[in-house]
Design a protein around this ligand. Structure first.
Ligand SMILES: [Zn+2]
Length: 474
C-alpha cells in the first residue's frame, strides 16, 4: 500500500560558532547545564536580538543547491506557545503570511531508491531558533523535569518537503541525500547527536494524516514510518478510523506513542518580530554565494563516472553520503583500483549498514580500509577473511585491521618450515592417502584439504600443494 509522506527537517547550522541572535557559543553538547547563556537567549525582558547574517547566507546556499527561489525580503515572525523550554513565550521563526517570508521557496532533491530516480519537491526553507532542552532525570516517569538553556537560541534551518514520498525507504533516502548535500556545503556536521531531527507526516489511503515528531536520524525515520504505516493499515483493515493526531517516536521501544498534548490544535498567534528589521537579500549577495558553492553530490557522482569510470549506480550510491564518497576517493587513490574499491564499499559496506543498523557513513575509516586492502594484496589475509571477519569487526570495534587479524589468528601461514611440519604429521596419519597420492595427482587434493583443516584455513593452498608434491617426489 502506498503511503503519503512529507517531512519537516530541523538542521542545526553547526558551522556557526555562535547562536542565531546573540554571541553565546553554539556548542552545547556535553557542557554543564545553563552555562552558555545570556539575557538574549534566556529571553530576559528588554534584551534585544541581533541577527547573525551568516545563518541567512547558509540558508541561501542550501536554497541554491536545491534550485529553490531565494526571497528578496526575509521577515522574522514570533510563534507563540507556552512551554518551559521557551523562556520568552515565543520562538523567533519565519512564516509565509503577514508580510513575513522564509529565506527560500521551492526547490527539489533527487533521490535514488532501488536504482530508480525520484524527485522530492521542497516547499520552503527557513531559519529559526532552537528552544532549550528538557531533561527528565529518571526518564519519562520522573516526578520533576530540569531545563537546560544552553541550546536555547541556536540557529536551526527548517526544511519542509511536499508529501512526495511514498515509502519509509524513500523518506530515509531523502534524508540521507539532504544530509550529504548539507555536509558538502559545509553547513552541518550531521553526525553530531541531535543536529538533524525530523517530523514526519504520514497517511495511508482512507486514513487521516498523523504527525510523528522529533525523530533523531534517517534510519529511525525509516523505522518510525514503517511502524506507523503498519499501525494505520491495520486499523483500517479492521474497520476502524485512523485519528488525526500527533505521535512521538520512542527509539528504545521502536514504537510511536500518541502525544497527550493536542499540539495540532495550537494557535501560534504569529506576528512579525518587531525587534529584527526585515533583511533585504540583494541579487549580488545571491550571486556571490552561487559562485562560491562547492561541488555537490550529483556533480560529484558525474565526476566519479567521468574520472574513475564507475557505473552511474555505483557513483550515486557512493555520493549519497559525504563520508562514504570521501572514504572511497581516499582509499581508491591509495589502492589504485577504483572499480574494486567502489564495489567493495557498495557491496560489503551497505550489507553491514543493514545488518548492524548503522547510519550511512558510520564506522568508516579511510586509514583502516587502506590497511585492509594492503593486507589482502600482500596475501597476509584472504579476501574472504577480509569480507567475512575483518571488515565487519572494523566497523563494530573501530580497531585497525591488522590488530583484528592478529587477535583472531587470521594471518596466512607462509612459513614453509612450519607448513612442512604440518604436512609430515598429516602424512603420518594418512599412509594410504600418501600411497594414492604418489600414483594419482587427484589424491593430493585430499592431503591439501587435511593440511588446510589442520591450519584452520590459514595456509596458502597453492603453497601447500607445491610442498606436498616436492615431499612426495623426494
Ligand atoms: Zn545568549
Amino acid at each position: 500500500m502506498d503511503a503519503k509522506i512529507g517531512l519537516e527537517v530541523h538542521v542545526q547550522l553547526t558551522a556557526l560558532k555562535t547562536k542565531l541572535f546573540c554571541s553565546c557559543p553554539s556548542d552545547y553538547r556535553d557542557k554543564p547545564p545553563n552555562t552558555n547563556v545570556c539575557p538574549v537567549c534566556l529571553g530576559m525582558p528588554g534584551a534585544l536580538p541581533l541577527l547573525n547574517e551568516r545563518a541567512i547566507d547558509m540558508a541561501i546556499s542550501l536554497c541554491l543547491a536545491l534550485n529553490g527561489k531565494v526571497s528578496e525580503k526575509v521577515v522574522f515572525a514570533r510563534k507563540h506557545y507556552f512551554y518551559p523550554d521557551l523562556p520568552k513565550g515565543f520562538q523567533i521563526s519565519q512564516y509565509t503570511a503577514l508580510g513575513s517570508s522564509p529565506v527560500c521557496i521551492g526547490g527539489q532533491v533527487k533521490i535514488n531508491v532501488d536504482g530508480k530516480d525520484k524527485v522530492i519537491r521542497i516547499r520552503r526553507i527557513q531559519i529559526e531558533e532552537d528552544p532549550g532542552r528538557l531533561v527528565w532525570p529518571q526518564g519519562f516517569s520522573s516526578k520533576y523535569v530540569l531545563v537546560d538553556y544552553n541550546r536555547s537560541g541556536i540557529a536551526l534551518m527548517e526544511i519542509v518537503t511536499e508529501p512526495d514520498m511514498s515509502s519509509p525507504k524513500e523518506a530515509r533516502a531523502f534524508l540521507e541525500k539532504l544530509r550529504s548535500i548539507l555536509e558538502h556545503l559545509g553547513i552541518c556536521d550531521c553526525s553530531l547527536e541531535g543536529s538533524m531531527r525530523a517530523d514526519a507526516n504520514v497517511s495511508v489511503p482512507g486514513g487521516e494524516r498523523v504527525e510523528v515528531k522529533n525523530i533523531g536520524s534517517p534510519k529511525d525515520v525509516e523505522k518510525a514510518l514503517t511502524f506507523e504505516i503498519v499501525r494505520q493499515s491495520t486499523i483500517i483493515k479492521q474497520g476502524g478510523k485512523v485519528a488525526r493526531e500527533t505521535r512521538h517516536w520512542d527509539a528504545g521501544k521502536r514504537v510511536t506513542i500518541a502525544s497527550r498534548s493536542k499540539e495540532e490544535e495550537a494557535d501560534y498567534r504569529y506576528m512579525p518580530e518587531p525587534n529584527i528589521p526585515p533583511t533585504l537579500i540583494s541579487p549580488e549577495r545571491v550571486q556571490r554565494i552561487r559562485e562560491s558553492l562547492p561541488e555537490l553530490p550529483d556533480e560529484r557522482a558525474r565526476r566519479f563516472v567521468r574520472e574513475y569510470g564507475l557505473s552511474e549506480y555505483l557513483a550515486k550510491v557512493l555520493t549519497s553520503s559525504k563520508a562514504l564518497a570521501d572514504t572511497f576517493e581516499e582509499v581508491a587513490r591509495a589502492v589504485g583500483d577504483y572499480q574494486r574499491v567502489a564495489n567493495f564499499l557498495v557491496v560489503e559496506y551497505l550489507r553491514r549498514v543493514k545488518e548492524f543498523n548503522l547510519e550511512l557513513g558510520e564506522g568508516l575509516k579511510a586509514e583502516h580500509l587502506k590497511e585492509l586492502f594492503q593486507l589482502i594484496d600482500s596475501g597476509k589475509i584472504t579476501l574472504n577473511q577480509a569480507k567475512e571477519v575483518v571488515f565487519p569487526e572494523m566497523l563494530l570495534s573501530g580497531k585497525p585491521p591488522s590488530e583484528i587479524a592478529k587477535e583472531k589468528g587470521l594471518f596466512v601461514v607462509r612459513d614453509e618450515e612450519k607448513l612442512r611440519e604440518v604436512i609430515r604429521e598429516v602424512m603420518e596419519k594418512n599412509p594410504k592417502a600418501v600411497e594414492d597420492a604418489k600414483k594419482s595427482k587427484k589424491a593430493i587434493n585430499f592431503l591439501v584439504g587435511q593440511v588446510m583443516k589442520a591450519t584452520r584455513g590459514k595456509a596458502d593452498p597453492k603453497l601447500v600443494r607445491k610442498l606436498i608434491e616436492e615431499m612426495l617426489s623426494s
